[in-house]
Design a protein around this ligand. Structure first.
Ligand SMILES: Cc1cc2nc3c(=O)[nH]c(=O)nc-3n(C[C@H](O)[C@H](O)[C@H](O)COP(=O)(O)O)c2cc1C
Length: 143
Protein backbone atom coordinates (compact mmCIF):
# COMPACT_ATOMS: atom_id res chain seq x y z
CA UNK A 1 0.00 0.00 0.00
CA UNK A 2 1.44 3.34 -1.10
CA UNK A 3 1.09 6.59 0.83
CA UNK A 4 0.02 9.95 -0.62
CA UNK A 5 0.04 13.43 0.91
CA UNK A 6 -2.60 15.96 -0.20
CA UNK A 7 -1.73 19.56 0.78
CA UNK A 8 -4.39 22.29 0.52
CA UNK A 9 -4.11 26.09 0.49
CA UNK A 10 -7.57 27.48 1.03
CA UNK A 11 -9.27 30.59 2.34
CA UNK A 12 -12.94 29.60 2.54
CA UNK A 13 -12.53 25.80 2.57
CA UNK A 14 -13.55 24.83 -0.97
CA UNK A 15 -10.08 23.64 -2.01
CA UNK A 16 -9.88 21.58 1.19
CA UNK A 17 -13.18 19.85 0.30
CA UNK A 18 -11.80 18.99 -3.15
CA UNK A 19 -8.60 17.70 -1.52
CA UNK A 20 -10.63 15.44 0.81
CA UNK A 21 -12.47 13.99 -2.21
CA UNK A 22 -9.21 13.36 -4.06
CA UNK A 23 -7.97 11.55 -0.93
CA UNK A 24 -11.15 9.45 -0.96
CA UNK A 25 -10.43 8.42 -4.55
CA UNK A 26 -6.89 7.39 -3.56
CA UNK A 27 -8.24 5.36 -0.60
CA UNK A 28 -10.89 3.72 -2.81
CA UNK A 29 -7.97 2.53 -4.95
CA UNK A 30 -6.48 0.81 -1.92
CA UNK A 31 -3.83 3.32 -0.86
CA UNK A 32 -3.31 5.56 2.14
CA UNK A 33 -3.93 9.32 1.83
CA UNK A 34 -3.28 12.09 4.37
CA UNK A 35 -4.82 15.55 3.89
CA UNK A 36 -3.10 18.57 5.43
CA UNK A 37 -3.53 22.33 5.28
CA UNK A 38 -0.53 24.10 3.83
CA UNK A 39 0.30 25.91 7.09
CA UNK A 40 1.04 22.54 8.74
CA UNK A 41 4.02 22.04 6.39
CA UNK A 42 6.90 23.71 8.21
CA UNK A 43 10.00 22.05 6.77
CA UNK A 44 10.96 19.93 3.77
CA UNK A 45 11.03 16.74 5.88
CA UNK A 46 7.24 17.17 6.38
CA UNK A 47 6.95 16.35 2.63
CA UNK A 48 9.17 13.27 2.74
CA UNK A 49 8.20 9.61 3.17
CA UNK A 50 5.35 9.69 0.62
CA UNK A 51 5.04 7.86 -2.72
CA UNK A 52 2.82 10.58 -4.18
CA UNK A 53 2.05 14.23 -3.46
CA UNK A 54 -0.93 16.31 -4.55
CA UNK A 55 -0.82 20.07 -4.05
CA UNK A 56 -3.86 22.34 -4.24
CA UNK A 57 -4.53 26.06 -4.01
CA UNK A 58 -7.49 28.28 -4.67
CA UNK A 59 -6.89 31.12 -7.14
CA UNK A 60 -6.94 34.67 -5.75
CA UNK A 61 -6.00 37.73 -7.80
CA UNK A 62 -4.72 35.58 -10.64
CA UNK A 63 -2.44 33.35 -8.63
CA UNK A 64 -1.95 30.84 -5.85
CA UNK A 65 -2.26 31.56 -2.12
CA UNK A 66 1.02 32.79 -0.56
CA UNK A 67 1.31 29.77 1.75
CA UNK A 68 1.47 27.45 -1.28
CA UNK A 69 4.21 29.59 -2.88
CA UNK A 70 6.26 29.31 0.31
CA UNK A 71 5.64 25.56 0.50
CA UNK A 72 6.77 25.03 -3.09
CA UNK A 73 10.18 26.46 -2.14
CA UNK A 74 10.36 23.86 0.64
CA UNK A 75 9.25 21.16 -1.79
CA UNK A 76 12.14 22.09 -4.09
CA UNK A 77 14.50 20.74 -1.41
CA UNK A 78 12.43 17.65 -0.52
CA UNK A 79 13.75 15.31 -3.26
CA UNK A 80 10.42 14.61 -4.99
CA UNK A 81 11.82 13.50 -8.36
CA UNK A 82 9.92 10.56 -9.87
CA UNK A 83 7.14 10.58 -7.26
CA UNK A 84 3.49 10.54 -8.42
CA UNK A 85 1.99 14.02 -8.54
CA UNK A 86 -1.12 16.07 -9.21
CA UNK A 87 -2.36 19.62 -8.68
CA UNK A 88 -5.82 21.06 -8.09
CA UNK A 89 -7.80 24.00 -6.79
CA UNK A 90 -11.11 25.77 -6.50
CA UNK A 91 -11.57 28.83 -8.70
CA UNK A 92 -14.11 31.43 -9.76
CA UNK A 93 -13.34 32.43 -13.35
CA UNK A 94 -9.67 32.19 -14.37
CA UNK A 95 -8.16 29.47 -12.12
CA UNK A 96 -4.42 30.01 -12.68
CA UNK A 97 -3.22 28.40 -9.42
CA UNK A 98 -3.56 24.68 -10.29
CA UNK A 99 -1.76 25.20 -13.62
CA UNK A 100 1.16 27.05 -12.00
CA UNK A 101 1.52 24.40 -9.29
CA UNK A 102 1.28 21.56 -11.83
CA UNK A 103 3.97 23.11 -14.06
CA UNK A 104 6.32 23.60 -11.09
CA UNK A 105 5.89 19.99 -9.95
CA UNK A 106 6.53 18.74 -13.49
CA UNK A 107 9.35 21.03 -14.64
CA UNK A 108 11.24 21.82 -11.44
CA UNK A 109 10.58 18.85 -9.15
CA UNK A 110 10.55 16.36 -12.11
CA UNK A 111 7.63 14.44 -10.64
CA UNK A 112 5.64 11.71 -12.40
CA UNK A 113 2.55 13.85 -13.05
CA UNK A 114 -0.97 12.81 -14.05
CA UNK A 115 -2.41 14.15 -17.32
CA UNK A 116 -3.17 17.66 -16.10
CA UNK A 117 -4.38 19.78 -13.19
CA UNK A 118 -7.91 19.58 -11.75
CA UNK A 119 -9.80 22.87 -11.58
CA UNK A 120 -13.26 22.93 -10.03
CA UNK A 121 -15.58 25.86 -9.30
CA UNK A 122 -16.88 23.91 -6.32
CA UNK A 123 -16.89 20.29 -5.24
CA UNK A 124 -20.72 20.16 -5.26
CA UNK A 125 -21.19 21.64 -8.78
CA UNK A 126 -21.33 19.87 -12.15
CA UNK A 127 -20.20 16.40 -11.06
CA UNK A 128 -17.39 17.80 -8.93
CA UNK A 129 -17.48 14.98 -6.38
CA UNK A 130 -17.01 12.36 -9.09
CA UNK A 131 -14.32 14.38 -10.88
CA UNK A 132 -12.31 14.86 -7.69
CA UNK A 133 -12.57 11.18 -6.71
CA UNK A 134 -11.58 10.18 -10.24
CA UNK A 135 -8.57 12.47 -10.00
CA UNK A 136 -7.54 10.56 -6.88
CA UNK A 137 -7.91 7.29 -8.78
CA UNK A 138 -5.76 8.69 -11.62
CA UNK A 139 -3.02 9.53 -9.13
CA UNK A 140 -3.31 6.05 -7.60
CA UNK A 141 -2.60 4.55 -11.04
CA UNK A 142 0.81 6.30 -11.01
CA UNK A 143 1.81 4.78 -7.66
C1 LIG B 1 -10.95 38.72 -3.51
C2 LIG B 1 -11.10 37.52 -4.38
C3 LIG B 1 -10.30 37.35 -5.50
C4 LIG B 1 -10.44 36.24 -6.34
N1 LIG B 1 -9.66 36.14 -7.45
C5 LIG B 1 -9.87 35.10 -8.32
C6 LIG B 1 -9.13 35.02 -9.55
O1 LIG B 1 -8.26 35.83 -9.85
N2 LIG B 1 -9.41 33.99 -10.38
C7 LIG B 1 -10.33 33.03 -10.09
O2 LIG B 1 -10.53 32.10 -10.88
N3 LIG B 1 -11.05 33.08 -8.93
C8 LIG B 1 -10.84 34.09 -8.04
N4 LIG B 1 -11.57 34.15 -6.87
C9 LIG B 1 -12.56 33.09 -6.59
C10 LIG B 1 -12.00 31.99 -5.67
O3 LIG B 1 -10.96 31.30 -6.30
C11 LIG B 1 -13.17 31.01 -5.34
O4 LIG B 1 -14.09 31.66 -4.50
C12 LIG B 1 -12.70 29.72 -4.71
O5 LIG B 1 -13.80 28.83 -4.57
C13 LIG B 1 -12.10 29.94 -3.32
O6 LIG B 1 -11.57 28.71 -2.87
P1 LIG B 1 -11.21 28.44 -1.33
O7 LIG B 1 -12.52 28.22 -0.60
O8 LIG B 1 -10.40 27.19 -1.35
O9 LIG B 1 -10.45 29.60 -0.77
C14 LIG B 1 -11.42 35.25 -6.02
C15 LIG B 1 -12.20 35.41 -4.87
C16 LIG B 1 -12.06 36.51 -4.05
C17 LIG B 1 -12.92 36.65 -2.81
Amino acid sequence: MAKVLVVCATRTGETLKIGELIAEGIRLSGHEANVMKVNAIKKETDLQGYDGLVFGSATYHGGMIQGMKTMLFLAEKAGLEGKAGGAFGAFGWSGEAPDRIFDTMKNIFKMNMVGGPLRLKASYLGGGVQMAQDYGREIAEKL
